[in-house]
Write a protein that binds this ligand. Sequence first.
Ligand SMILES: [Zn+2]
Length: 465
Amino acid sequence: MSATPDTAVRTYIEQHSAAFLDDLAAWLRIPSVSAQPEHDGDVRLSAEWLTAKLKETGFPTAEIWPTDGAPAVFAEWPSTDPDAPTVLVYGHHDVQPAAREDGWHTDPFEPVVKDGRMYARGAADDKGQVFFHTLGVRAHLAVTGRTAPAVNLKLLVEGEEESGSPHFRALVEQHRDRLTADAVIVSDTGMWSETTPTVCTGMRGLADCEIALYGPDQDIHSGSFGGAVPNPATVAARLVAGLHDEDEHVAIPGFYDGIVELTDAERALLAELPFDEAEWLRTAKSYATLGEAGHSTLERIWARPTAEVNGIGGGYQGPGGKTIIPSSAQLKLSFRLVAGQDPDRVEEAVRDWVATRIPAGIRHEITFGAATRPCLTPLDHPALQAVARSMGRAFDGRKIRFTREGGSGPAADLQDVLGAPVLFLGISVPSDGWHAPNEKVELDLLLKGVETTAYLWGDLADALR
Ligand SMILES: [Zn+2]
C-alpha cells in the first residue's frame, strides 16, 4: 500500500464535486433547528431529505428512527466480503439557531459560495461533514470496482445534538443490535488548522452538580446573631476555596483515581503542535493562563480533569448593604473527566468530600445531572492508524498529528453502549464559526474529507480484519 494520493479517486471527486455541492446546498436550505419548536417540521424534513439522498447514494437501507424528540436517520450498506469489519459513522442533521440579525452577512439558510467557501448554518456543523461520506463512498466504489463498501458501513445521523442529545442514549440502547460495530467514526469535530491536519483521539467527559446549603430558617440580623451561628455563604465559599490546592490540583480525595496518564510519547506529540499561547489567550478572552502544575495548556484542556465553579450565590445581592446572615447559599460545580475516570465514582467522591466539610447547623442537598463519560482511543490502535493514514493520503502525504477535544459529547454513549473504539474524522477548522454568525466550510477541505473516506473503508478493512 502506498501513502500517496490516488489520481483516479481525485478525478472521480472532481467530476462529481459540482453536483455534490449543489446537493449539500439543498440540504442546508432546510432550517433544521432542533432547539426551536417552530422548526420541528424542518427537522423532520431534513431527516426525510437525508434518507432519500442516502438511498440514492446506494445504501440498501436508509430509514428514519423516531425518538421522543427529533428523528434520527439510520442507513446501512453491508459489504459483500463475508469477513468484513463493521464501521458506524456518527453525525447530526440538526443545526444551531441562526437569524440574519445575529450578524449574518447573508441569509443563514440560503447557502452562498464565495472565495472557496460555502456559507450557511450547518455548513461545517454538521451537515457538510455528514455529507462528505456520501461522495466518499461513491468514489471508493468507483475506483475499486466494488458493488458494496469494503466494510459493513452504517450511518447514524442524530436530529437533536444541538439540543444536548436528550434521547440519544435511549436511541442507541434501543437499537443496540443494529448498531453493533468494530469501530465508530465521529464526523462532528475539526482539525487544528488548514495547514496542520489532525485527528482527534478522545473527548473529556462531564459531571455536574448543584449544592444547596441551608442555615437559619430565614435571613437573620448579623448584629443580634452574627458570630454565634454558622453562615451558609461562608460554608459555600470554603467549599469553593477547598476545591484546588496551591498547585491547582483538584483536592477532592479519590478524584484522580484510575486516570489514564499521558505517555511521554503523547506529550511530545502534543508539544509539536504549533500552539501559540498568546493567540489562544485572546480566543479565551482571558489575561493569563492558570492550571494544574506540571502540565502545558494543551495538556490541561485535553488530557487533565478539572473542577470548575460555574456559579455561586446566596445572601443579599441588591444595592447598598444588608446586615444579615443569609438563610441559604448555592453552588453550581462541574467536572471535566478524562479516560479512566468513572462518573459514578467521581460523584461519590464529591458527595463524600462535601459531607465532611459541612459544619453542624448547616443542612445541604447535592444534586447531580446526567453525566457524560470520557472517551479515548490509544494512539497505537490500528483503526486510528488507518484514519491517520487515509487522511495523510488526502492531504498529499502530509504528517497527520493528533489532538484531543476538551469538550464532551454523545460519542461517549456510542463507545459505552456498543463497546467499540471511537475515532474522530473531521475536516472543520476553528475559523468555520460553529454556532456563530457566518458559519462556513472550506470547500477544498470538504473535498479532502470526501477523499479521506474514499480511502478509509479500504484502509479500515485491512486494519480491523
Ligand atoms: Zn455538531
